[in-house]
Ligand binder design. Sequence first.
Ligand SMILES: N[C@@H](CCC(=O)N[C@@H](CS)C(=O)NCC(=O)O)C(=O)O
Length: 203
Amino acid sequence: MKIYEEKRAPNPRRVRVFLAEKGIDVEFQQVSIMDGEHKTVEFTRLNPLQRVPVLELDDGTVICETVAICRYFEELHPEPALMGTTTIERAHIEMFQRQVEFGLLQPIAHCFRHLHPAMENLEVPQVAEWGKANRERALAGMDWLNTQLKDREFVAGDTYTIADITALIAIDFRKVTPIEIPDQLTCLTDWHKRVTSRRSSGA
Ligand SMILES: N[C@@H](CCC(=O)N[C@@H](CS)C(=O)NCC(=O)O)C(=O)O
């Protein structure tokens, strides 16, 4: 099996951190987004949406979408559980994962894609106003997350899960945008130090 990815992009990093937490080794093949390698005929056959990461199994089965790829590995290697073990845990973790993905990672990504000159050829049309609006959404997302973290160690509860991975990558990715973590969001900053200190964060 092989994962097509781009080392600098946030969504592939979500998969790498997930695999590092589980101690799973997978072959990676780099696909340069800036060189348009994800737009080739061969890659488009794998993923018509021209996005990474993509997991290709030995029998040719293709799985796109970060969370679907993580789900595949969670089922194959249940320990340590990163997506919950009971019905309520699974629902709860998925709820937070989605809230972080849509309320934080996505606004930060839009901010980057619509404001950064390097994205000019990939995000067409680039709409600066939308980028700026998403800066505000990202700040609201950080504020929400800070409140969530007031009474618990991790995003979805007392254990580290895929929701922390999505949040870690969102917070790290904000460095390429004009978004700082406001000083008063101390629970968010403390949590960020906690999850960054895990070896998997270097993946
Ligand atoms: N919903 C997809 C999003 C994947 C995605 O947007 N990947 C970015 C890299 S982080 C990409 O391939 N971008 C290529 C482009 O913008 O043309 C997932 O979760 O995997």
